[in-house]
Design a protein around this ligand. Structure first.
Ligand code: ASP
Ligand code: MG
Length: 426
């Protein structure tokens, strides 16, 4: 018998029929004697609809009120799920975030969880209930309703699993796991049995949208056993997000190829080569709350240098306008920009112990005549900025170069077979 937190995404609760299916599934788990905490999202499309309503009243809705509205989608699904479980003969009780005591800070629309009160959940579990907790929401110390940012019910589930010391947190979604890359780009993409937290973080921040990034950070920090599974297939063990184990020789060097189209590049040309320049360029960008990703400063010649960086494409116009004013101030020659770029990355903890990954990657791209505009590396990732029109080609070529279409030699999980066994209802 285990305590399991199960999160069901919007498509998994998109209709009352699907909600009934979830209840049937939970009934089988209960029959095995497991304690279950269910954390649903709103029905698919519902959060968008609610935010749309708010925007019809005001183009820039008051964030506090927006959260009051946006949080209601999950309140509907918890009630429906509880009722569907009653119909299966189960005891079940629903709670909003506020009711269970999910305490957050007061950053409306992207609040952070500070604490979760275990009390009510423990009591309801002890009374034999399936506990259904609304995802995506909490309340601040003043009792204002808050939401955790789009996709935030993943984080709700992981935080609940951490607070309740659950045996496993299962994220049921419309894909059956985490893939080596987007199967729409590479049909040979393969589902991974395991991926480490760090790799998953990179994949998520690079645009693989399976899990909200914050939920992965949370799971890594609190060592929550996290698994992504399909809500439409009963079979399959999904993908387990693991802690890296040192010295696992079977570990693939590269676990996945991630990519992001939402990139734009800005270059300040002819910047005086002197201390403080990077700060003078990027300071105002940071002040405007624009995230900067890659940064490149060339070697100075004639006492000037070129300074390039990438931002999210939606921030491009804003960043360009800021740079125009910066240009005057620092006496730069010109500003150029490009919104037709993208970023492609090879991700894998295995590259820590295997040299030559970068050259293999660059070689594969060179063979296709793809020009690398920017390069950045970390311990477990190599990213390149290239022209957007080469994105699919680059991803396909790299997927092949690193042999990702073939299953790894050993099926032994990163944490050993024993620990990766899924808890399944039989
Ligand atoms: N319903 C919220 C959203 O659409 C939260 C979630 O689905 O995780 O963003
Ligand atoms: Mg989601």
């Amino acid at each position: 018998m285990a305590l399991i937190v199960q999160k069901f995404g919007g498509t998994s609760v998109a209709s009352t029929d699907r909600i009934k299916n979830v209840a049937k599934r939970v009934a089988r788990w209960r029959a095995q004697g497991h304690d279950i905490i269910l954390v649903p999202s709103a029905m698919a499309g519902e959060t968008n609809r609610l935010i749309g309503l708010a925007r019809e009243i005001s183009p820039a809705p008051d964030p506090r009120e927006l959260d009051v509205i946006a949080s209601t989608g999950e309140q509907v699904t918890i009630g429906l799920l509880a009722m569907a479980m009653h119909a299966e003969g189960l005891k079940a009780k629903s709670f909003t975030g506020f009711q269970v005591g999910v305490l957050t800070d007061s950053t409306f629309t992207k609040a952070r969880i500070l604490k979760i009160d275990q009390h009510r959940i423990r009591k309801a579990l002890a009374d034999g209930h399936v506990v259904v907790v609304a995802g995506f929401q909490g309340a601040d110390e003043h009792g204002n309703i808050t939401t955790l940012g789009r996709g935030g019910s993943d984080t709700s589930a992981v935080a609940l699993a951490a607070a309740m010391k659950a045996d496993e947190c299962q994220i049921y979604t419309d894909v059956d796991g985490v893939y080596t890359t987007d199967p729409r780009v590479v049909p040979e993409a393969r589902k991974l049995d395991n991926i480490t937290f760090e790799e998953m973080l990179e994949m998520a921040s690079l645009g693989s949208k399976v899990l909200q990034i914050r939920s992965v950070e949370f799971a890594g920090k609190y060592k929550v056993k996290l698994r992504v599974l399909s809500s439409f297939e009963e079979e399959g063990e999904g993908t387990l997000i693991t802690v890296e184990e040192k010295g696992n020789m079977e570990q693939p060097i590269i676990s996945g190829i991630a990519f992001n189209r939402d990139e734009a590049k800005l270059t300040v040309l002819g910047v005086p080569d002197r201390p403080g320049i990077a700060y003078q360029i990027l300071g105002p960008i940071a002040d405007a709350n624009i995230d900067v990703d890659m940064i490149i400063q060339n070697i100075g010649r004639d006492d000037t240098t070129d300074f390039s960086f990438t931002v999210n494409r939606t921030d491009y116009g804003k960043a360009l306008a800021i740079l125009e004013t910066v240009k005057e101030r620092i006496g730069a020659r010109d500003i150029t920009g490009d919104t037709t770029i993208c970023k492609v990355s090879a991700v894998g903890v295995g590259m820590r112990s295997h040299p030559g990954v970068a050259s293999k990657m660059f070689g594969a791209l060179a063979k296709e005549n793809i020009n690398l505009q920017m390069i950045s590396t970390s311990e477990i990732k190599i990213s390149v900025v290239i022209e957007e029109r080469y994105l699919e080609l680059a991803v396909r070529v790299l997927h092949k170069a690193f042999g990702l279409e073939k299953p790894p030699k050993s099926k032994l999980g990163l944490t050993g077979r024993g620990e990766t066994d899924i808890i399944t209802p039989s």
